[in-house]
Design a protein around this ligand. Structure first.
Ligand SMILES: O=C(O)COP(=O)(O)O
Ligand SMILES: [Mg+2]
Length: 225
């Protein structure tokens, strides 16, 4: 039986990336004449990767976006975001200690995010956290992304784990849905970028702070499987 595997979502779960996402998005869309977006807008824009975030921003402003404009916007967004990493993005309070507790107890850690894999890996590298994760997969790593079960199941396979001994931790609908679709236990956090109260997503468990994340909790959740 492989070691239990704890899989983190990235934006809004492991790292508070909102300031840099908003700044990079505005860097791109303001060049196209759009009014800047705010943190509150972000909860409705983030979740399906950069391309969807740009498309949703144009839709929010009721401005048409051609395929070539989208390519140009993507390049502006990615160059700005990547160029300023890690920027003002910081891991959420207590998450480093929580990862220490899990790793010390022999659990394995991975990341399953809808961010582009390259951006996710650069950010984690910039924060000095790369060595903590056995696998980091992004929205473009496979042909599908969260909430498609295969994104999570493939991440678990790459990490050498098993769905029945894995727990997914996330802040948004896609994270709880992908866990449910893959028959994997889920934990939700309330401090991320969900556009609805996380209780309504019906995760298996909710933690208010990473102080609550420990090997015992993971054991208990997996025992209920
Ligand atoms: O960047 C996004 O759109 C979503 O990223 P996440 O899956 O890490 O929350
Ligand atoms: Mg998230």
């Amino acid at each position: 039986m492989p070691a239990p595997l704890v899989i983190f979502d990235l934006d809004g779960t492991l790292v508070d990336t909102a300031p840099d996402l908003v700044a990079s998005l505005n860097h791109a869309v303001m060049q196209a004449g759009l009014a800047p977006v705010t943190y509150n807008d972000l909860t409705h824009l983030v979740g399906h990767g950069a391309r969807a975030m740009i498309e949703r921003t144009f839709a929010l402003r009721d401005v048409a976006l051609s395929a070539s404009d989208l390519d140009w916007q993507m390049k502006e967004f990615i160059d700005f975001y990547h160029g300023s990493m890690p920027g003002d993005s910081i891991p959420y309070p207590g998450v480093i200690d929580a990862m220490d507790r899990l790793s010390s107890a022999g659990l394995t850690l991975a990341i399953c995010t809808n961010k582009l894999e390259m951006l996710a890996k650069s950010l984690i590298e910039g924060l000095g956290l790369t060595d903590r994760f056995v696998t980091i997969t992004g929205g473009d790593t496979f042909s599908v992304r969260k909430p498609d079960a295969e994104h999570l199941l493939s991440t678990i396979r790459l990490a050498g784990g098993l769905p029945e001994s894995a727990v997914m931790i996330g802040d948004s609908l896609n994270d709880i849905l992908v866990a449910r679709n893959a028959s994997v236990r889920s934990i939700a956090v309330p401090f991320g970028y969900s556009d609805v109260p996380i209780e309504t997503l019906e995760p298996d468990h909710i933690i208010r702070h990473f102080d609550e994340l420990n090997p015992d909790l993971i054991e208990r959740l997996l025992a209920r499987h």
